[in-house]
Write a protein that binds this ligand. Structure first.
Ligand code: HEM
Length: 488
């Protein structure tokens, strides 16, 4: 069998030049149109495979999950900086399976309602900070995502913006995405592993010194919040959380390596939830300012169902179909992780007559799937209406749900998806109920178009853009302020 088709490589170097685009999902989707559902290229001998259709993703990443679920092992981020035990980086095997079992136990569908009160409190605090200082919305989203994770995972309550754990986590997530794993995480030492053994006095060994410092920071980030849980449980004064629930569960405690797995799984959620939440909320705000009609319809639905005397709750969800459609369309149109996180193929494989070599990095091209014109006519437009009616074909209806794609595939699919389904829904519904979200205006009253720039190679986070977020009414302000005591 021959390799899958793809752009023509250079001798030796391969397709290096094809991979320089900042928004790599755009050229990757052109290749998808040109070459079909599986596209192959290579860089310095490493195969890169793009999977462009839901069918191929299901055939390979789901059904052949036993060989498509490994992760690239990276010397710099994994070994030298100690990140190889984070769930998103762990090789496929006993450890990754044990860790994912813990995550499923804590974030399976039946457990999510136990987090509802927490989600409400965090959402309302977010709204309060947002109306106090709307220009800093990205900072507030970061704080919301961080605070939520710290409380869900560790039962830790963040009290101020300069909270010690929040700062530590921010520093480490920043380190991870801007330094350790920047530019896709490939360092010279990943290509030439012998470099890890060069002595520290040699020129060019700076990365080793940095790695030592970063590793120490990452370990603090794993240990300190965990110690907090253990100590607060000892004192008897603690909030229920992912860690405390599992620490109290004798059946899980008995499993080998329990404490190590728990510590690292807990930490993994922190890193995994910040950039993703920033992306989804950023895309939501962008959609709302560019498609004011959709926003008006959503607000009309909220006003009719809830009125203006209270904030939305999870009990309202079944009565708010248009908000549901906005949520789905935000995920579809926003495509938070357009090329998924790469999986590594563990054995040679043959698919529809094509040979896919062992060791290839496999990217699910979620962008191409969610911009598919047949499944989603007029795909570049934000049209929640597309989810308001059945297509008449229940199988197609199910397949069209963007939640099947945006969280990745198979045995590495995002374990936070059920939590996100609740947390982001509530955030959107609460923002729509209380705020008007529109384009900014300059001093002369002219509309300022948002400048939309993407710099992150993995997450589609729009750089902060100008927008106008203001309470819909005096009553909205009062509701947001009162919600300080939401259960009083
Ligand atoms: C806000 C929206 C989110 C989106 C769009 C999202 C999306 C994703 C995607 C695309 C992956 C890669 C899946 C794959 O490799 O096939 C992933 C992995 C992961 N996500 Fe999420 N995620 C989100 C939020 C969260 C949250 C809140 C948590 C934790 C509570 C979380 C925890 C994880 C973990 C631990 C992994 C690594 C799983 C593994 O490699 O086995 N994510 N996520």
């Amino acid at each position: 069998a021959s390799l899958p088709p793809g752009p023509k490589p250079l001798p030796l170097l391969g397709n290096v030049l094809d991979l320089t685009a900042k928004e790599l999902w755009l050229p990757a989707s052109k290749w998808a149109k040109q070459y079909g559902e599986v596209v192959y290229m290579h860089v310095l001998g490493i195969g890169l495979v793009f999977i462009n259709s839901p069918e191929a993703a299901s055939d390979l990443l789901d059904k052949r999950g036993s060989i498509y679920s490994d992760k690239p092992s990276l010397v710099m981020s994994g070994e030298l900086c100690g990140c190889k035990n984070m769930v998103a980086f762990t090789c496929y095997g006993d450890q990754s399976k044990r860790q994912r079992r813990l995550l499923h136990k804590a974030f399976g569908v039946p457990v999510i309602p136990s987090y509802h009160p927490l989600l409400q409190t965090e959402t309302h605090s977010f709204l309060r900070r947002l109306i106090a200082n709307p220009a800093d919305y990205q900072k507030h989203v970061r704080r919301y995502a961080g605070g939520l994770t710290l409380s869900v995972v560790y039962g830790y309550e963040v009290k101020s913006n300069d909270d010690q754990f929040l700062e530590l986590a921010d520093e480490c997530v920043g380190l991870l995405s801007n330094r350790i794993a920047s530019g896709g995480g490939i360092w010279p030492v990943d290509v030439f592993p012998f470099l890890q053994h060069i002595p520290l006095w040699m020129p060019g060994s700076g990365f080793l010194k940095n790695a030592k410092i970063w590793k120490k920071k990452m370990e603090e980030f794993v240990d300190l919040p965990y110690e907090y849980v253990v100590n607060s449980m000892k004192s008897g004064n603690y909030k229920k959380s992912f860690c405390s629930n599992l620490l109290e569960d004798e059946s899980v405690r008995a499993v080998e390596n329990f404490e190590f797995d728990l510590k690292w799984s807990a930490n993994s959620m922190y890193s995994a939830s910040i950039d993703t939440t920033l992306t989804v909320v950023g895309q939501f705000i962008l959609a709302m300012i560019q498609y004011p009609e959709a926003q008006k319809k959503a607000q009309a639905e909220l006003d009719a169902v809830i009125g203006s005397d209270r904030l939305p709750t999870f009990a309202d969800r079944p009565s708010l179909p248009y908000i549901e459609a906005i949520f789905k369309e935000t995920l579809r149109w926003g495509v938070p992780v357009p090329l998924n996180l790469p999986h590594r193929l563990m054995e040679d494989d043959v698919y529809k007559g094509m040979h896919i070599p062992k060791g290839s990095l496999v990217f699910g091209n979620i962008w191409a799937m969610l911009r598919n014109e047949t499944m989603y006519p007029d795909p570049d437009n934000f049209l929640p209406e597309r989810f308001m009616e059945s297509t008449g074909d229940p199988i197609l209806d199910k397949r069209r749900n963007p939640k099947n794609y945006v969280f990745g595939f198979g045995r590495r699919q995002c374990p936070g998806l059920n939590l996100v389904d609740s947390s982001v829904w509530l955030l959107m519904a609460s923002m729509l109920a209380t705020l008007d979200i529109s384009k900014a205006r300059d001093d002369y009253g002219n509309v300022v178009e948002p400048e939309v720039v993407y710099e992150n190679p993995i997450f589609r986070i729009p750089n902060p853009f100008k927008c106008d977020l203001r309470p819909r009414s005096q009553k909205s302000i009062a509701l947001i302020q009162q919600s300080e005591f939401p259960f009083a």
